[in-house]
Write a protein that binds this ligand. Structure first.
Ligand SMILES: [Zn+2]
Length: 121
């Protein structure tokens, strides 16, 4: 990345500058001119916030108990969503869900084709 000092960025009206110094967390991604906030840190914070909001939406969707600790709620949502994918995984591996086949009753026998040459005594 090209070195652009903060004063140069301000003079040119640029939103970001890069002085070649990584942030305290090691991001080598430049900083916002207005706030001096590291772009990598801001992106990470934004993603964590979006993930948190998405999980909270799923808590409601799944109907997790309200008195459950947040980590347990997340774990329950992840577990339930994983379980929901199991039939699709089985479908991908075996072409069908063995449990689903069993629940539908015994397999219907293939129609018998009598293609053997009968020898009449
Ligand atoms: Zn950073």
């Amino acid at each position: 990345m090209q070195i652009i000092t903060k004063s140069t960025a301000q003079a040119h009206g640029l939103a970001r500058y890069y002085e070649g110094v990584p942030c305290a967390k090691g991001h080598d991604s430049g900083r916002y001119t207005k706030s001096d906030v590291c772009v990598g840190c801001a992106t990470g914070r934004s993603l964590r916030y979006a993930t948190r909001k998405k999980m909270e939406k799923l808590w409601v969707e799944v109907g997790v108990p309200a008195d459950m600790p947040p980590e347990m709620k997340d774990a329950l949502v992840i577990w339930l969503r994983f379980q929901a994918t199991i039939p699709f995984i089985k479908q991908a591996i075996w072409g069908t869900d063995p449990m689903l086949t069993m629940s539908m009753g015994p397999p219907v026998p293939e129609p018998a084709f009598d293609n053997q040459v009968k020898s009449t005594p």
